[in-house]
Design a protein around this ligand. Structure first.
Ligand code: HAM
Length: 426
């Protein structure tokens, strides 16, 4: 039988694992320096947790099953409902604001395509416990900090910022009623990914005339929040005020250059209530790299108090494609500080003594377990990407060869172990 990995999943051979770890390390480093602390939850949850408020799209993509006790469970397609559940359980004892991050493995039964898989990793950054625009700015700043940390510039990636309340008000203005609102938001979210004809069709199915759809597109294409103040949109003043304040905060933190307003950003998930945003490659060719926004009702819907919440998720798959396109993926080949060799069988105990000592002192070390000709051993040291080859010449002497420049120094084994930093810079 020929066993293949399950559709939409990935095998992480060491090379792919190195990339995955490199990304996760950057996500962690940036989260911590922005004042977030890490959490995680279980990979499976009760199905109802996702039915409550995530919306049709994500529920239709769930890997769900019934356990032997008849409980309906699902593999997590996102971690936001878990975050809300966990915070709700300790809401009175957690000091606020709650600034948490996580790097969960997620599962969605999507049709796999470039950047969209059935199993992936997603960096989540969320602030719970405040209705102010500050935490939205905090999350967006953290997202930008990550992009810049990885070497991306506004010419590579851009954050497009919209507003759920403004979009809802636009839909109301052109005649969409509350019953159709969720479906209309979902159709609008797909506008950039379908043809104008397909979009027109989805809108006419919701009862909108061609003229109303045209008017909706005109409103969506506004370039600045202030332009929407004269359009007679319900609640526009508050939503526009939030967006202008957000821009002011991000300008003050010198991060706005990565941002622009874009009212066509709607977000597919049902729970968003305020500012929403997506990170896209600047050329707009790839799926979203990240998406998020404010979700002020989710904790309450899941049985907790009414507390404000905001945050985003960034997947590993599109990010890796974007970094590759921008030429920002580093060389992640395995590196050794030292590869220990000998051409004399009798000296193998000295090889092991040196290897043990160097490893205990934090020097990244490996060795050839057999004595062979030096030319073969040095080739192997080069293939292993070692900075130095340590050639054990007798029980007490080492030829330390710098493989980058080819120079060799004669060092006493005990001197090498007494002060490895002097030789290896560690
Ligand atoms: P989302 O828009 O569903 O939001 O996902 C956010 C990001 O996760 C996407 O932009 C994409 O990079 C990645 N992603 C989503 N689906 C897939 C997939 N099938 N394969 C690979 N990557 C994928 C959420 O999940 C929200 N819970 C984010 C959030 C956190 N909102 C507030 N806090």
């Amino acid at each position: 039988m020929d066993f293949q990995p399950v559709k939409g999943t990935r095998d992480f051979y060491p090379q792919e694992m190195a990339l995955r770890n490199w990304l996760a390390e950057a996500w962690r480093r940036v989260s911590l320096r922005n004042g977030f602390v890490e959490f995680d939850g279980p990979v499976m949850e009760h199905l109802d947790l996702f039915r409550a408020k995530s919306g049709e799209e994500i529920v239709s993509e769930l890997f769900s099953f019934t356990d032997r006790g008849g409980r309906e469970l699902a593999l997590r397609p996102e971690i936001t409902p878990t975050l809300a559940r966990m915070v709700n359980a300790r809401i009175n004892s957690l000091p606020r604001p709650i600034k948490w991050f996580s790097i969960p493995r997620l599962f969605r039964a999507e049709n796999p395509q470039r950047g969209r898989l059935r199993e992936f990793f997603q960096w989540n950054v969320d602030v719970i416990g405040s209705d102010d625009v500050f935490p939205d700015a905090e999350c967006i700043f953290t997202c930008i900090d990550l992009l810049a940390e990885l070497g991306l510039r506004p010419e590579d990636a851009i954050i497009r910022i919209g507003s759920r309340p403004l979009t809802t008000a636009m839909l109301r203005k052109v005649g969409v009623g509350d019953d159709n609102m969720e479906a209309a938001l979902a159709a609008l979210d797909k506008r950039g990914r379908v043809t104008p004809e397909q979009f027109g069709k989805s809108m006419s199915e919701l009862g909108l005339s061609g003229e109303a759809t045209g008017e909706l597109c005109r409103l969506q294409d506004a370039k600045d929040p202030s332009d929407l103040l004269q359009e007679g949109l319900d609640g526009a003043a508050g939503a526009v005020g939030d967006l202008l304040r957000l821009r002011e905060l991000l300008e003050t933190m010198e991060a706005w250059r990565f941002c622009r307003f874009d009212f066509s950003v709607v977000r597919g998930l049902a729970y968003y209530t305020g500012i929403v945003y997506e990170v896209h490659d600047a050329a707009g060719r790839l799926r979203a790299v990240a998406g998020g926004g404010r979700y002020d009702n989710l904790l309450e819907v899941l049985g907790g108090p009414a507390v404000g919440a905001t945050g985003f998720g960034m997947g590993d798959a599109v990010l890796a494609i974007l970094l590759e396109q921008a030429g920002k993926l580093p060389d992640l080949a395995e590196r050794l500080d030292c590869f220990v060799v000998t051409d004399t069988d009798d000296l193998l105990p000295s090889v092991l003594r040196l290897v043990g000592g160097l490893r205990r002192r934090g020097v990244r070390t490996d060795f050839a377990a057999r004595a062979r000709s030096l030319s073969k051993l040095l080739k192997e040291a080069n293939r292993r990407n070692a900075r130095y080859a340590a050639i054990v010449m007798d029980t007490g002497r080492i030829g330390l060869k710098d493989l980058a420049v080819g120079e060799q120094a004669d060092v006493a084994l005990d001197d090498l172990l007494a002060d490895p930093a002097k030789y290896f810079g560690r």
